[in-house]
Design a protein around this ligand. Structure first.
Ligand code: G
Ligand code: G
Ligand code: MN
Ligand code: NA
Length: 249
């Protein structure tokens, strides 16, 4: 298929770019890190969303090379950031089907010099996982390396609590749907319960999809540690991310 062939050339051709979406401390509103989000500038088709090409890359196995490139690139960038900042990288479940993920991460850290605790890997609960024991083994190895692990889109998977109990997660990323759609009378109770669960299990919480101050204030009052969303910033090029660190006028 055309897109598949083009995607193979895209890494070498410099058509893939990483954007960074700021994560802030919800109490102080200070920048604490950023999530890496990929963009593909296709020479003829224009900007293609990762929602389109990541599944393609997963089908064809290209996600392995792509995933290695993203990790190397993100660690290199983050190694130039202040020590307090963490970079979060989405990792496809397909990358976990390959037992060399630990070697790939180790190499990305070694080449960049980034301390392991400043890299956070975001893992989505997924039905694509065919070998949960391998995933578990790899996650424990990553944890021993000192890398942070977060469960992405928390609450939307099909076996979240067992997954959550048995795997060494540091952080819970509360899915945007819980943050944005608060029309149901139970929406706030659900948010409060997720945050309390994470707190009692000594895990950080990142609320995603925060689009207004009302949501930011509510989440802060419920004890959510970090926030991410258009209210703070869209995903931006790295220069723009770092400009947010400079004291304002
Ligand atoms: O940035 P945006 O909302 O368009 O991203 C759409 C989807 O693509 C999200 O689910 C996001 O997790 C995923 N995605 C974005 N960048 C990456 C990446 O570098 N690796 C993987 N595996 N998924 C990504
Ligand atoms: O699946 P994952 O959580 O990694 O994907 C994050 C996606 O959510 C990215 O595509 C990002 O562009 C998008 N996103 C981030 N913040 C907001 C927001 O405040 N509102 C909306 N609608 N989307 C957001
Ligand atoms: Mn994510
Ligand atoms: Na998410």
């Amino acid at each position: 298929r055309r897109l598949d062939r083009d995607l193979r050339g895209a890494i070498a051709g410099g058509q893939l770019r990483l954007l960074y979406q700021p994560q802030v401390d919800l109490r102080t509103r200070k920048l604490v890190g950023a999530e890496t989000l990929m963009r593909w500038d296709h020479p003829e088709l224009g900007l293609i969303s990762p929602a389109e090409f990541i599944p393609l890359a997963e089908e064809t196995g290209l996600i392995i090379d792509l995933g290695r490139w993203i990790l190397e690139e993100a660690c290199l960038q983050a190694s130039r950031w202040p020590d307090s900042m963490v970079v979060a990288v989405n990792v496809s479940p397909i990358q976990f089907q390959q037992s060399d993920l630990v070697a790939v991460v180790t190499e990305a850290l070694r080449r960049s010099g980034l301390p392991p605790n400043r890299l956070e890997l975001e893992i989505t609960e997924s039905s694509r996982v065919t070998d949960p024991r391998l995933v578990s083994t790899i996650m424990w190895s990553l944890q021993r390396l000192g890398v942070r692990l977060s469960v992405d889109d928390f609450g939307t998977g099909y076996s979240s609590l067992i997954y959550f109990r048995d795997l060494p997660f540091d952080t819970v990323k509360i899915d945007q749907s819980f943050v944005r759609d608060r029309t149901s009378p139970d929406a706030e109770a659900l948010l409060a319960a997720i945050i309390e669960l994470a707190r009692r299990m000594r895990k950080h919480t990142v609320a995603e999809g925060i689009e207004d101050e009302t949501s930011a204030a509510l989440l802060a009052s419920l004890g959510c540690t970090y926030g991410q969303g258009y209210h703070f910033s869209r995903p931006v090029p790295v220069e723009q991310l770092l400009a947010m660190l400079e004291p304002g006028p």
